[in-house]
Ligand binder design. Structure first.
Ligand SMILES: NC(=O)c1ccc[n+]([C@@H]2O[C@H](COP(=O)([O-])OP(=O)(O)OC[C@H]3O[C@@H](n4cnc5c(N)ncnc54)[C@H](O)[C@@H]3O)[C@@H](O)[C@H]2O)c1
Length: 455
């Protein structure tokens, strides 16, 4: 079997290599010459665990080109960005890719769309583009197989996750399901194309709405005088409750975008767009917390720790850090950023000591494991404030160094400066209480040592 994969990015390349290591001849096609050159010179254009080894194993059956070639199966894995101004999906790449396949398409060939698209796209947009070949949908096969792999675990998830595959017709569904069985070890669920498109978007919308709820809980907790992290841990002990974590907003190219794809043709959906609004407003809320920590501090400087959209990745697409920095700078704060994972960012990235030197508030925006290990004693700030929006830091160490620690969603009663920490905190003796901070301390608790009994 010969497979031609259009788009050799985070999804297309691993998929192409998995087919090639399972006995298929694969032509990978990407419009970017640099991607094709890199692969033909034996280098993968981006990092992903296991990808280099897979590439070595696949090279005998894999070639890269800038134009597609005739094949039995065509796979489309091109970008589907969101137009930021209109919040409408940009399907230009999908349309072009289908247009490139049309002149090569023959009866009984299969085309699979893997890109994430609004419901109906396979039938309404891709099928007519492909029919420009002169062959009709039904004569050629067409299916949607949405990708749900998580960056950092892409290869494992591509093989072991279950898949939903939806065809234009029954023959397409069954043929596409058989195709993926070549390397997929997870279950394959067969449906129609529009349902497959819908399911993929529903999954990420579900997560977005759940995070929005957690973010509202965080804000309510502050009003009610409760610690949301402990409250969520307790609520999640209920067998039918599973609340996600709050945070500084939602980023990445899926969860922050897919709800818009799902609702772009609807005039009814209020909850989904409201959840987007809540999550998009979290950077404003984080800034509001900082304002309260820094009343009267002139020419204040903020050190942002972690600009990636989530922990332990280098991905800054749609990261809430971007909006936070824009808002903070617009308000006159001097913002300096540190993120040891990220190589390219819209704003300069500095070493930790330079980002924090002279700062008036350190704000943790990404839950990178390495941030937990920062030694507060080694940091030369001007004003000792720490705002943790992810609930990851070892608060005791920071408090002992005299930092005022603020945790997103922690509204539990604040204590007078330097007093009584030991009564709420695990094992701090009064003599170890920090010198009186400018703002009272709100119940810092080290990660993993949340106490449930105090509620
Ligand atoms: N990356 C993920 O983890 C992930 C997860 C689930 C779904 N998706 C979806 O998968 C699709 C692909 O995402 P990605 O992350 O791989 O994108 P990407 O940007 O990493 O790669 C896409 C590649 O397609 C190439 N391309 C664009 N037009 C082309 C054309 N006409 N012919 C050939 N190549 C072309 C680009 O040059 C680029 O290299 C998107 O719809 C995305 O939403 C991605």
């Amino acid at each position: 079997m010969k497979i031609c994969v259009l788009g050799l990015g985070y999804i297309g390349l691993p998929t192409a290599l998995l087919f090639a290591t399972h006995g298929c001849d694969v032509v990978g096609c990407d419009v970017k010459q640099s991607v094709v050159d890199s692969l033909n010179n034996g280098k993968i254009p981006f990092d992903e665990p296991g990808l280099s080894d897979l590439f070595i194993g696949a090279r005998r059956r894999f070639t890269a080109k800038t134009v597609p070639e005739p094949a039995d199966v065509f796979l489309i894995a091109v970008p589907t960005p969101l137009d930021p101004a209109t919040k409408v999906s940009d399907l230009t790449y999908v349309r072009k890719a289908a247009g490139m396949i049309a002149p090569l398409l023959e009866r009984d060939d299969l085309v699979v769309l893997e890109s994430t698209v609004p419901p109906g796209t396979t039938e309404r947009l891709v099928a007519p583009q492909l029919e420009k070949s002169g062959v009709r949908a039904g004569e050629f096969m067409l299916a949607h197989c949405p990708e749900r792999a998580l960056p950092g675990r892409t290869l494992h998830e591509m093989v072991y996750n279950s898949r939903v595959i939806g065809g234009y017709d029954r023959r397409s569904t069954e043929y596409a399901a058989d195709l993926y069985r070549i390397f997929v070890r997870g279950e394959i669920h067969e449906t129609d194309a529009k349902t497959a498109e819908f399911v993929k978007l529903m999954e990420n919308t579900y997560r977005d709405v759940s995070i929005a709820l957690a973010n509202e809980f965080a804000q309510l907790s502050e009003e009610c005088g409760v610690n949301v992290w402990s409250a969520i841990a307790l609520a999640n002990k209920h067998p039918r409750v599973s609340i996600l974590n709050p945070g500084p907003g939602v980023g990445g190219h899926c969860i922050a975008i897919d709800p818009w794809f799902l609702t772009e043709n609807s005039t009814r959906c209020k909850m989904i767009s409201m959840a987007r609004e809540i999550n998009d407003s979290m950077p404003n809320y984080v800034l509001h917390l900082i304002r309260r920590l820094l009343p009267g501090v002139k020419d204040a400087s903020i050190a942002v720790l972690g600009v990636a959209y989530k922990g332990n990745v280098d991905d800054t697409r749609e990261s809430p850090a971007i909006k936070f920095i824009q808002l903070a700078e617009n308000e006159g704060y001097d913002v300096r950023c540190y993120d040891p994972y990220v190589k390219d960012f819209l704003y300069p990235l500095l070493p930790l000591d330079e980002a924090t030197a002279g700062s008036d508030c350190i704000v943790v925006l990404a839950d990178h494991d390495c941030l937990r290990r920062i030694d507060p004693a080694a940091i030369r700030v001007r004003t000792k404030n720490l705002l943790d929006t992810r609930h990851i830091m070892d608060y005791r160490r920071w408090v002992l160094e005299g930092f005022t620690v603020r945790i997103l969603g922690d509204g539990s009663p604040t204590l007078p400066p330097g007093e009584g920490i030991e009564s709420r905190e695990s094992g701090l003796s009064p003599s170890l209480s920090p010198p009186a901070p400018a703002v009272s301390i709100s119940l810092p608790r080290p990660p993993g040592q949340e106490r449930e009994d105090f509620l």
